[in-house]
Ligand binder design. Structure first.
Ligand code: SER
Length: 316
């Protein structure tokens, strides 16, 4: 039976996505691959793999008869600013490789996430439309926008069924993010539960589009299960749930932990955040494949505090 491969399965999105795919398709149909072992047992075959190693990836796909790939491998915005060549190579070469495998008929369907990072300082910041000025100011954003166009090129010229959404900042608790500008919105919960205080690397009023992990996974699966004829955007869909600032997030945490305090010490990531939209118009995703989100700020905060408190108790 054909199998589903999650590349980058130990990462922030990968771990939750792998678990959900196993729930839907069963563990014999899902293969998790990553450079590093997952933090928790995900319940399917795990293959240690460097996604930039083309030969190993190709032989894995052939050996396991992979028909669908969720390609989640990426160097995120903050890290890629420090290692631009490595970031570009990781983000682009691995995508090219998977698209080529689809062109050759080995793989039938691909999911590859883009990001709000494709937008830049010249993009309208409020309710950013699907089609607008796109001049990303980070290596990560440039690689994601080039990737979007690459996906569309493979779709138009080679009928490759590749589907994509522009993830906002993702808030989750199973695996921590690494190297992103929106990571503060995860770190804050660990610090709030552990120390009762947090030093934010973004200013209090920096509003960014965000999403709870369950919504991000739901969007991903819904898009992949949608009939091909309903997908009208083959670059990447705008996707939106909530927008908030560090100050608003801190206030929502304080409702549960009244003694929680926050201080602000913006660093180089402030400039990246300032180049991104505050909110996103995702009408096309809602219209084409019925996307809707479930988690607002308060619901997300309650769930995060509950899950992280439980997780940290287990580790002591
Ligand atoms: N979470 C990503 C980052 O901050 C944005 O897609 O880099």
């Amino acid at each position: 039976m054909d199998k589903i491969l999650v590349l980058g399965a130990s990462g922030q999105v990968g771990i939750d996505l792998t678990i959900r795919l196993i729930e839907i398709f069963g563990n014999h149909r899902v293969i998790a691959a990553d450079l590093k072992e997952p933090e928790e047992e995900v319940g399917c075959k795990f293959v240690q793999l460097d996604a930039t190693d083309k030969d190993s990836l190709l032989s894995l796909v052939k050996r396991e008869k992979i028909s669908e790939v969720y390609h989640l491998v990426a160097m995120l915005s903050a890290t890629a600013e420090k290692f631009p060549i490595k970031g570009w190579q990781l983000n682009m070469d691995t995508l090219f490789q998977v698209l080529e495998m689809a062109r050759q008929g080995l793989v039938k369907k691909i999911f590859w996430p883009s990001s709000i990072a494709v937008f830049g300082p010249t993009t309208p910041k409020e309710h950013t439309p699907q089609h607008t000025i796109v001049e990303p100011a980070t290596i990560y954003g440039i690689s994601k926008y080039a990737g979007e166009l690459l996906c569309q090129w493979y779709y138009i010229n080679h009928k490759v069924d590749v589907r994509s959404v522009r993830y906002p900042g993702i808030v989750s608790w199973k695996a921590e993010p690494g190297g992103g500008t929106t990571d503060y919105a995860v770190e804050i919960f660990y610090q709030a539960v552990k120390d009762g205080k947090y030093e934010s690397f973004l200013n209090p009023d920096t509003e960014l589009p965000m999403m709870y992990i369950d919504d991000a996974i739901n969007a991903t699966i819904t898009l992949m299960q949608a009939p091909a004829h309903s997908i009208n955007i083959r670059t990447s869909y705008n996707l939106s749930a909530i927008s908030f600032t560090p100050a608003q997030l801190a206030r929502a945490i304080k409702k549960h932990l009244p003694s929680f305090t926050i201080e602000y010490k913006p660093d180089y990531r402030q400039q990246i955040a300032d180049s991104w939209p505050k909110s996103i118009d995702d009408a096309e995703a809602r219209k084409d494949w019925g996307w809707s989100h479930q988690f607002d700020l308060d619901k997300m905060v309650s769930e995060m505090l509950f899950q992280i408190t439980k997780k940290l108790k287990k580790t002591v």
